[in-house]
Design a binder for this molecule. Structure first.
Ligand code: ADP
Ligand code: MG
Length: 241
């Protein structure tokens, strides 16, 4: 076997992927150490970027949105959470929740997604769901006996994003399973929730008042409220056309 094939086959056997065998010959170095450092640095960066791409794919975002494109002038942040702290993702480390509240078209999904994307790029594992879709998935999984698989996936996440909380009402099973999902996150991982429903109307969408109160309690306990109070971007843009 020629040398390059030996390298390739050893790398495969050691589960190192193809980066090293494809790149080692391009490295310009004067000493063994210099060569090795350069190779390992490239390998390390390549692994990190693959991991971040995988995080983004597995998060399940519906669209890609970025924090740099978000106009913060239309939101009111809580006094103890400024823009830098938000973008620094301290809330994930502290396992705090964010509630993004406001009327349609004011950037709730944009901000929630952008924070999720940022989290993926900083090596956190994220799961994004529209609440109605999550409830359907959970009910189906319960029926098929595959729900354990979902709980395992949730347990590996650092951040759960629940978009459009309170847009449609749920039956008893849906409410119970959503409650379980929220309970699974309590003090273990952050939840970002977007909603246009005031807290005192939460009980209108869930089957069970006690569960609703318990859910509200778990989300709000370590939660911070971000108010989206600008005019609807969608409406503004369509009026412009
Ligand atoms: P919501 O989820 O509150 O209904 P979206 O996040 O879907 O609103 O926003 C609607 C559209 O307007 C999206 O394309 C979004 O990128 C844009 N948008 C809304 N608010 C902002 C903002 N503050 N800065 C930048 N883009 C925004
Ligand atoms: Mg939305």
């Amino acid at each position: 076997m020629i040398n390059s094939e030996v390298v390739k086959s050893l790398c495969l056997e050691l589960r190192l992927g193809s980066y090293i065998s494809e790149n080692y010959r391009e490295i310009d170095a004067e000493t063994h150490e210099e060569f090795l450092i350069s190779l390992l640095t490239g390998f390390h960066d390549n692994r990190r970027s693959e991991r971040r791409q995988r995080n983004l794919r597995q998060a399940g975002f519906e669209v890609m949105k970025f924090i740099g494109d978000f106009d913060f002038s239309t939101v009111t942040l809580p006094v103890d959470l400024n823009r830098e702290q938000l973008s620094g993702l301290e809330f994930i480390e502290r396992k705090q929740n964010l509630i993004l509240y406001g009327p349609p078209g004011t950037g709730k999904t944009h901000l929630a997604t952008a924070l999720g994307v940022l989290a993926c790029q900083n090596d956190y594992k994220v799961l994004f769901f529209k609440v109605s879709r999550l409830v359907n998935l959970l009910c189906e999984a319960k029926e098929n006996g595959t729900i354990l698989k979902f709980w395992n996936k949730l347990n590996k996440a650092d951040l759960l994003i629940l978009d459009e909380w309170g847009y449609i009402p749920f039956e008893r099973l849906g409410t119970q399973l959503l409650f379980e999902a929220v309970s699974e996150c309590y003090e273990k991982r952050s939840v970002i929730l977007t909603s246009n429903l005031p807290f005192d109307e939460w009980n209108t969408i869930f089957y069970d008042q006690k569960l609703t109160a318990a859910m509200l309690d778990r989300i709000v306990h370590h939660g911070k409220l971000i108010m989206h109070n600008g005019p609807s971007y969608r409406l503004q843009n369509s009026l412009m056309q």
